[in-house]
Write a protein that binds this ligand. Structure first.
Ligand SMILES: Nc1ncnc2c1ncn2[C@@H]1O[C@H](COP(=O)(O)OP(=O)(O)O)[C@@H](O)[C@H]1O
Ligand SMILES: [Mg+2]
Length: 227
């Protein structure tokens, strides 16, 4: 039963690059719909952990469970399906496809899970509107500002109705005004669509949208009460 309430469970995860161990037995739980900030100094292993959670990097030992499904001991297809269906991603550098318009970028995750065209278009427009960019639908990323690009990326991250958003320094490339707007939207989208968020940030201000803050030091996690 406890697994039903946890969207993400990380147990004793270790990860080394070559001979250098970067994650030393990481434990972390995120409940359904919960927003958790993962803070810590540069080099402490935050991005490595996120890359392990989304399956980009294999782990050396331990266990990762997403929506009750273990990421290990499953076939590549199964792993890809969990990633495509359950997780939305937001990166510091946006990662929008440059040849697609804003609306096409948002539609893409829906396309990957086989959403019907009409539902896809309607949902993408509704999401574009919810991030305040309905007037930018046909714009390509290079004609959008940084803040606008990240708002498109947020809409894309919720398109396929994931249960968890992994966000790695989503305001890191933005000025404070646009960063605050992106954070507010991330909170609103998480609440409106009941999506848990794991927000990596080294900026204290960004933790305000989270219900819990977890600190990482030298590849280990220590729970810290929110101040
Ligand atoms: N692909 C890689 N190959 C080798 N070492 C890496 C790689 N990625 C990260 N590291 C190392 O792992 C440690 C943690 O890095 P990272 O996860 O990026 O930290 P953070 O995101 O907290 O700044 C650092 O010492 C970094 O140099
Ligand atoms: Mg990082």
């Amino acid at each position: 039963m406890s697994e039903c309430h946890s969207i993400l469970e990380v147990n004793q995860v270790t990860k080394a690059y070559g001979a250098v161990e970067v994650l030393h037995g990481v434990n972390l739980q995120v409940r359904a719909g919960e927003r958790v900030a993962l803070t810590g100094p540069s080099g402490s292993g935050k991005s490595t952990l996120l890359n392990c959670l989304c399956g980009i990097e294999p782990i050396d030992s331990g266990r990762i469970t997403i929506a009750g499904q273990p990421l290990q001991s499953e076939s590549r297809d199964h792993l890809d399906r969990i990633r495509r269906e359950q997780i939305g991603y937001v990166f510091q550098s946006f990662h929008l496809l440059p040849t697609l318009s804003a609306i096409e970028n948002i539609e893409l995750p829906g396309q990957l899970i086989g959403m019907q065209k009409q539902e896809r278009v309607e949902r993408a427009h509704q999401l574009l509107k919810s991030v305040g960019l309905e007037h930018r639908a046909t714009h390509r990323p290079d004609s959008l500002s940084g803040g606008e690009r990240q708002r498109v990326a947020l809409a894309r991250a919720v398109m396929h109705r994931p249960r968890l958003i992994l966000a790695d320094e989503p305001t890191g490339s933005l000025d404070s005004v646009n960063g605050a707007k992106v954070l507010d939207l991330l909170e609103v989208l998480s609440q409106a669509h009941q999506i848990a968020v794991l927000l990596v940030t080294h900026d204290r201000e960004s933790t305000r949208i989270c219900e819990r803050v977890v600190a990482m030091r030298d590849g280990r996690i220590m729970d810290a009460p929110m101040s």
